[in-house]
Design a protein around this ligand. Structure first.
Ligand code: FDA
Length: 282
């Protein structure tokens, strides 16, 4: 295993579906649910996109066979959205249909701003036939308040995150404080809305005030959950689960881990320094 692959293992369950199953079993034993991500994005051919969707059908089989407490998270650029949105709808539709038969929820991850609207449009197209599909909204984007107001009214299940893609200041808040302030504002709008609220963050500065708002609003447990990434703030994941909150961990696996790993590295300068130290044998 190369040094980079070794370092990436901190954030991914492994390269095979079996690795993901083993990681989910460990989480489920701690009363923590999972959402599975088969790593990869921006595929260039329909054949690749078809193989990507097939991999998700295998994940669904594994969820059924091993009786895992898990759902799936899907990136539409991996399903061919940039090649042809209609093809993507058909291709990802195979996952959505199978998940529907199994009663499994499908989360559509949010990628960079060039595909935000297209991702929302396809999610709404799926929701015409199937309500167990939800979306992700990024607090860093200036447009997100408007999106959240609509989604909260429509009762869509939303995962709220800060946003992991580099975006221009014209469309995204450049300052972290503004992203954080917007995160709390958007979380409150979702809590006051109709759909399930999935709060994806490891930041206690977000968690504490939102927890207080949830208590004040007497939001029933089934209307919200906390979500975190595999390998990050494990103690906090356990702490929230032990307090009786619903907690779900995003479990990525697969060989195409570079894009995901790079985003995790860029989020925190300590990660970058840690990797550099290993590279240069420090
Ligand atoms: P913040 O970055 O401020 O970090 C708060 C604390 O968390 C840090 O101080 C540190 O302790 C810990 N931490 C955070 N990131 C870390 C890292 N990489 N390594 C080590 N420690 C770290 N984004 C997106 O654009 N589209 C999406 O679909 C998703 N999906 C998604 C699902 C789930 C379940 C989660 C938790 C996150 C996402 N994200 C995402 C990523 C998200 O946008 C964001 O980049 C990360 O969650 C980091 O933001 P925090 O809210 O944790 O805050």
């Amino acid at each position: 295993m190369g040094i980079l692959a070794f370092l990436a293992r901190r954030f991914i369950a492994g390269e095979g579906l079996d690795d993901a199953v083993a990681a989910i079993r460990q989480l489920n034993a701690l009363n923590i649910s999972a959402t599975v991500d088969n790593l990869g994005e921006n595929v260039k051919t329909k054949e690749e996109a078809t193989r990507s969707a097939d991999a998700y059908l295998d994940i669904l089989d594994a969820i059924g066979t091993h009786k895992l407490d898990a759902n799936v998270s899907v990136k539409l650029t991996m399903m061919g959205m940039e090649i042809d949105p209609d093809f993507c709808y058909e291709n990802a539709g195979r996952i959505v249909n199978k998940a529907k038969d199994m009663g499994v929820f499908v989360r559509i991850d949010m990628e960079g701003s060039p595909v935000t609207q297209l991702t929302l449009d396809l999610m709404r197209r799926f929701r015409k036939d199937y309500d167990q599909v939800g979306i992700v909204i990024q607090a860093m984007l200036r447009r997100s308040e408007e999106d959240i107001r609509l989604l909260a009214e429509e009762g869509v299940n939303v995962r709220l995150c800060k946003g992991a893609y580099k975006e221009p200041d014209s469309i995204a808040f450049p300052k972290k404080e503004d992203v954080n302030e917007n995160y709390i504002k958007l979380a409150k709008l979702l809590i006051d809305g109709q759909g399930k609220v999935c709060l994806a963050t490891h930041d206690r500065k977000m968690i504490e005030p939102i927890k207080a708002y949830i208590e004040e609003a007497k939001l029933p447990k089934e209307r919200y959950e906390w979500q975190m990434l595999y390998g990050i703030e494990r103690d906090l994941q356990k702490e929230l689960a032990n307090q009786g909150h619903n907690v779900r961990v995003y479990v990525p696996y697969g060989s195409d881990w570079l894009g995901y790993y790079t985003r995790r590295m860029m989020e925190r300068k300590e990660n970058f320094l840690f990797a550099m130290k290993h590279f240069f044998g420090g």
